[in-house]
Design a protein around this ligand. Structure first.
Ligand code: ZN
Length: 337
């Protein structure tokens, strides 16, 4: 089969299109003929070596959609040809966290790699039937961003009528958060770096859009919009560039969700700001394995919409990463396989 492999960490040029052996499913596993793979920020970190070096060449990619094309011994409930979406969390399945549906707190939790390929072998519990009405491209764009956003909104007890601020609302995670917040009848204040996104964000349900120039603080604007109270929840995926502002714009007793650090991960916090104002800082990383099967039908019904920025051929994965790193995108980048 054809696949993208990484032999050493580096810039997008280390994503090499190669011929590799077809993987064979073992007991309890299925092989999926992938038709599309969603590109996530995580893939960039993997490529750069943030999760370790590559003793073996690695096929990146965690989100994908395709058709079952082989079943290992004992892999039941699926048939060859059935359309499925990859559910990318791997965990032990036996610990107290797994048994209570919090797989992303399992000590053995990790996100699988390998969807930048024509085929992938995964445990049968890591595929979910793909609803009709979605294309492979759309289905492959949903996983990580929607699972992550749904998990942290649930943990933050996001409630109808509350105000949520979303930094980087034009990205895949930002748009997933926006839509899931609107489903909860929340008021969304979207923060972006370009005027060109404003109309589309409003069409998707943002009440207000702040275009941030990258230097002047926007917390005064948020305080004005919330009658000096502050937002109930602030979703921060930028880190260094935004975190101190997030603490300033959240209300007393409110929650700041830390879900990434695309601008850098070192921040200085005056702890009095946390305890005197009774703030909660909630770290978010993926979510329960139950979320993807639960929300996929909402896409089939049109209650949630996959927003695709651009598609690239599998062989052009390095171009896709360059686009991802340009930060000018609106929605998801997907590889067409
Ligand atoms: Zn476990």
């Amino acid at each position: 089969m054809h696949a993208i492999r990484i032999h050493q960490p580096g810039d997008p040029s280390v994503l090499v299109y190669e011929d590799v052996a077809n993987p064979e499913p073992g007991p309890g596993e299925v092989r999926v003929r992938l038709r599309a793979a969603g590109v996530n920020h995580r893939d960039i970190w993997v490529r750069q070596g943030a999760f370790g070096a590559f003793p073996e060449p690695l096929i990146p990619g965690s989100d994908g959609a395709g058709e079952i094309d082989a079943l290992g011994p004992g892999a039941r409930d699926y048939a060859v040809g059935q359309k499925v979406v990859i559910n990318p969390g791997l965990s032990c399945g036996r610990c107290v966290y797994c048994l209570s549906g919090q797989q992303n707190s399992c000590p053995h939790y990790r996100i699988l790699d390998g969807t930048y390929a024509e085929q992938i072998v995964v445990p049968v519990q890591n595929v979910v039937p793909m609803p009709s009405g979605l294309t492979f491209i759309e289905a492959a764009s949903i996983g990580i961003p929607f699972v992550t956003a749904e998990d942290f909104l649930t943990r933050a007890q996001a409630t109808p009528g509350q105000t949520i601020v979303i930094w980087g609302a034009n990205g895949g995670l930002g748009l997933a958060t926006l839509q899931l917040a609107r489903l909860r009848a929340m008021r969304v204040i979207a923060v972006v770096r370009s005027q060109t996104f404003v109309e589309r964000l409003k069409q998707l349900g943002a009440s207000d859009v702040i275009v941030w120039d990258g230097s002047l603080p926007i917390s005064p604007e948020v305080l004005t919009m919330t009658h000096s109270k502050g937002a109930d929840i602030v979703v921060d995926s930028l880190g260094q560039a935004s975190f101190s502002q997030s603490l300033e714009m959240v209300r007393r007793g409110g929650t700041v969700i830390s879900v990434g650090s695309t601008s850098g991960g070192k921040v200085q916090i005056e702890l009095g700001q946390l305890f005197r104002r009774r703030l909660t800082v909630l770290g978010a990383y993926m979510g329960s394995s139950a979320i993807l099967p639960r929300i996929l039908p909402l896409f089939a019904r049109g209650a949630l919409i996959p927003v695709i920025d651009q598609t690239f051929a599998l062989a052009d994965a390095s171009e896709a990463h360059r686009r991802m790193e340009s930060h000018g995108l609106f929605g998801k980048i997907v590889l067409d396989i």
